[in-house]
Design a protein around this ligand. Structure first.
Ligand SMILES: Cc1cc2nc3c(=O)[nH]c(=O)nc-3n(C[C@H](O)[C@H](O)[C@H](O)COP(=O)(O)OP(=O)(O)OC[C@H]3O[C@@H](n4cnc5c(N)ncnc54)[C@H](O)[C@@H]3O)c2cc1C
Length: 417
């Protein structure tokens, strides 16, 4: 049994940042991570496409000019691309490239949907985003796809007040060597105990007892950075039980679904610029969900597709071949069926079924925009929740997670005096 000032549970962006702050303060702490790697949802896979880093989770430094990871990238000399919004350069309708005017109209409709939902939230309305959007227009399926992708829940489950609280500068800068790798480098000095799964947190005693797969530890405070779905799942037992307000807040700010499917080709696609964003949808077949891709990812022969919502949930449950087939069908529409012969390797992510993550990023349900504030309140006995879901204005993101970890560390330090 070891005693620490603080135990941090989880070594994602939030946990690593908490560890950095605690190390700077000179207190004793342990960072416990269930997986055999750091980063959590920040994971650059260096092995799947040899020599080409692939971000399975976060990829874009959102709101880059205000993003602490952009400052860290500059300090470490890590390269990134200064891109703007993800407005696509090509819209493919059942495989046919739409002309520039149609593409502009479609994206204007996407942006109008976001503006309507944000507008309702800015007016203080905590209603479902779909209810304030023009769902009758021809481009609603595309708007619905993008709203679902950015919040990981479909518009009818998104709180407009929560959506409007997100601070977006419109800068989405991808990291060439991988955002996951950057986040791991930022926290490289933090000692992490890998492969240690926390099973129970007993705050009925002081110090708090943390039961793990490798034995019991004790600490004056605990910083818990797991996703809201992990928190709500009961995978970690709390003694005494978590306050109902916290359990309800986690359930009403769930970690929604977003996944990726990626292809390594024999060569980059000719006539497509480096890192082109395209959307595909079939207006005549509403049962077929849209999918967007990054083509010639950093000028490499890689295409990355983004899946979300119910489509992603179902495909992920069906398994990797189903996810790859879905992505490939859209690519065949765009590039012709010969594209299949050019694929050297394919992969898909599994955040939804990952027992330590259970989803992609959090979104407050209609009527529950206050959930994040509830999750930020320290839990009696010295437990502080951190992680992207507790961020006030940068939830769903890696930089929001980082800031929440630092805030939780400061709160834990303040409590210990
Ligand atoms: C597909 C996808 C794309 C994304 N794209 C972007 C993007 O482009 N830009 C962006 O900013 N964000 C993006 N995000 C979101 C971003 O990755 C997350 O918001 C952020 O990484 C969350 O960090 P965190 O520390 O809050 O949580 P996590 O990364 O989930 O860290 C929590 C850690 O706790 C560990 N853990 C869980 N249970 C236990 C236990 N019982 N005991 C010990 N450890 C445990 C987990 O293994 C994990 O490592 C994306 C996410 C996904 C899934």
């Amino acid at each position: 049994m070891s005693d620490y000032d603080v135990i941090v549970i989880g070594a994602g962006a939030a946990g690593l940042a908490a560890g950095e702050a605690l190390a700077q303060a000179g207190v004793s702490f342990a960072v416990l991570e269930a997986k055999d790697r750091v980063g959590g949802r920040a994971w650059t896979d260096e092995r799947i496409f040899p020599g080409i880093p692939f971000d399975r989770g976060c990829h874009w430094m959102h709101s880059a000019s205000h993003n602490p990871f952009r400052e860290i990238a500059d300090r470490l000399g890590v390269d990134y691309r200064r891109l703007g919004t993800r407005r696509s350069s090509g819209l493919y309708l059942a495989g046919e490239k739409a002309d520039a005017a149609t593409t502009r109209t479609a994206w204007d409709a996407v942006e109008a949907a976001f503006a309507a939902a944000d507008g309702a939230g800015e007016a203080g309305r905590d209603v479902d985003a779909q209810s304030v959007c023009d769902t009758a227009g021809p481009w609603w399926p595309l708007a619905r796809h993008w709203m679902t992708l950015l919040s990981a829940l479909p518009p009818e489950e998104i709180s407009t007040l929560d959506l409007a609280a997100y601070a977006d500068t419109g800068e989405n800068w991808p990291v060439v060597s991988g955002y996951g790798a950057l986040i791991a480098s930022a926290g490289a000095q933090v000692p992490v105990h890998l492969g240690v799964e926390v099973r129970a947190i007993d705050r009925s005693t002081s110090p708090i007892r943390v039961e793990t797969s490798r034995g019991t530890l004790r600490a004056r405070s605990v910083i818990l950075t797991v996703s809201t779905n992990v928190l709500a799942s009961g995978a970690i037992r709390f003694v005494p039980a978590l306050p109902d307000a916290v359990t309800d807040a986690a359930a009403n700010c769930p970690t929604g679904v977003a996944e990726k499917v990626a292809f390594l080709l024999d060569a980059p696609i000719p006539d497509f610029a480096d890192t082109s964003y395209i959307d595909t949808l079939d207006l005549d077949d509403r049962t077929r969900a849209p999918i967007n891709f990054v083509v010639n990812h950093f000028a490499q022969p890689v295409i990355v597709g983004q899946l979300c919502g119910e489509t992603a949930r179902k495909l992920e449950a069906d398994g990797e071949p189903a996810m790859v087939d879905f992505g490939l069908a859209a690519l065949k529409d765009v590039f012709g069926s010969a594209i299949a012969t050019r694929i050297r390797r394919a992969t898909a992510t599994h955040w939804t079924s990952d027992p330590h993550i259970r989803g992609a990023y959090s979104c407050a349900r209609p009527g529950h925009a206050g959930a994040r504030a509830t999750l930020r309140v320290p839990i009696d006995g010295g437990v502080f929740l951190a992680g992207e879901a507790v961020s006030e204005h940068a939830f769903s993101t890696a930089h929001g997670a980082r800031r929440s970890g630092i805030d939780a560390a400061r709160a834990a330090l303040a409590q210990s005096g």
